[in-house]
Write a protein that binds this ligand. Structure first.
Ligand code: 0JX
Ligand code: SF4
Length: 329
């Protein structure tokens, strides 16, 4: 099942099914990023240190399998801090939280651990700095996403305006002398964001922003890897959750490269009818999807077709983030 491509057996037709073999292009990098590894480790270490239950505000990362695995180890997931009982430890999710959340936890005397990805925290600090420097921030992101709520919650209300599209840029109305800065969510489409930033710079030539946008290395690497496989695929499967921004972007990227694409959470969601006429299939996973789910999908495909895997690696990742100080000792 794990034969590499090209392989003389690849041309053979499965005698039992009469179906042609499936050439499976597996994108790399895919799956867990350094921020997700760190966030999960924070919850696991917190359970070891404090004992169960350890509360987690919001899904630690947007993946049901990860959440269920941590639940089985003693994590309890809630949406708001006021659902955490007095005296119990709480972890904030990788997506970050508004400033008022750790403040409220401290006021209540709760032990809290911040699993916000350091790359999200970096945007938080930038937001504070720009506002301190007297600039209004145009924040490029998706309304309602927890990272957007967390980043907007770093500055006083009204100090930041959300921009979701190029059309939103055209609708902005600021005086010519308004000092502006832009920042972005970390898990956006690289291509869409470049267009939005170009529109911002065209409309407000003196706007300041980061040298590169704030899209993180993991998001851009996973999109580049999908770009490399999608033109060779009739269908790309993306393992990820419907509320996972970076996973949804991978589906869009594959579609823009001319492939069909489907977001799936588990192998059981694959409809065999999707594979009719498909001889070249792509597979990737969002930053919150564990590799075990990739192997589960490959195994499932192998029950229907002879599968020939071709890993397509566009870059290597070696990023590791330190744990919070409280967990180091
Ligand atoms: O919805 P997102 O892509 O921001 O989050 P997810 O799927 O949990 O991915 C890992 C956490 C990313 C934070 O930036
Ligand atoms: Fe951090 Fe990027 Fe991973 Fe989000 S996707 S947790 S910003 S490394």
């Amino acid at each position: 099942m794990n034969a590499s491509f090209p392989d003389s057996a690849a041309a053979a037709t499965l005698p039992e099914t009469g179906l042609p073999p499936l050439h499976l292009l597996i994108a790399a990098p895919r799956g867990f990023c350094a921020g997700v590894d760190r966030a999960i480790e924070i919850v696991e270490r917190a359970i070891e240190r404090y004992g169960a239950p350890v509360y987690v505000r919001h899904e630690i990362v947007h993946n049901r399998f990860v959440v269920d695995t941590l639940k089985a180890k003693g994590a309890v997931f809630v949406e708001e801090l006021d659902e955490v009982p007095d005296g119990k430890p709480v972890v904030f999710s990788a997506h970050g939280v508004p400033k008022v959340v750790p403040m409220a936890a401290t006021e209540r005397g709760l032990d809290w651990l911040d699993a916000t990805c350091p790359l999200v925290s970096k945007v938080h600090r930038q937001a504070e700095r720009k506002v301190e420097a007297g600039r209004h921030i145009l924040f490029v992101g998706h309304k309602g996403h927890p990272e957007v709520i967390g980043t907007m919650g770093q500055v006083p209300e009204g100090a930041m305006t959300l921009v979701e599209t190029v059309e939103d840029v055209a609708r902005l109305d600021f005086p010519a002398d308004q000092r502006l800065a832009f920042l972005t969510q970390t898990t956006l489409s690289v291509d869409d964001t470049a267009e939005i930033i170009a529109a911002l710079k065209a409309r407000f030539p003196s706007i300041v922003g980061p040298r590169a946008e704030d899209i993180c290395y993991a998001t851009s690497n996973r999109q580049a890897a999908v770009k490399a496989i999608a033109p060779r695929c009739q269908l790309v499967l993306v393992i990820g959750a419907p509320n996972s921004s970076n996973s949804l972007r991978l589906v869009e990227v594959a579609e823009r490269e001319g492939s069909k694409a489907r977001l799936i959470q588990r192998a059981t969601e694959i409809d065999p009818a999707w594979l009719e006429g498909v001889t070249s299939l792509g597979l990737t996973a969002g930053a919150s999807a564990p590799e075990v789910l990739v192997r589960e999908v490959v195994a499932k495909l192998g029950t229907w077709r002879q599968v020939h895997e071709e890993p397509v690696t566009t870059t290597e990742e070696h990023m590791v983030f330190k744990l919070p100080r409280q967990l180091m000792s």
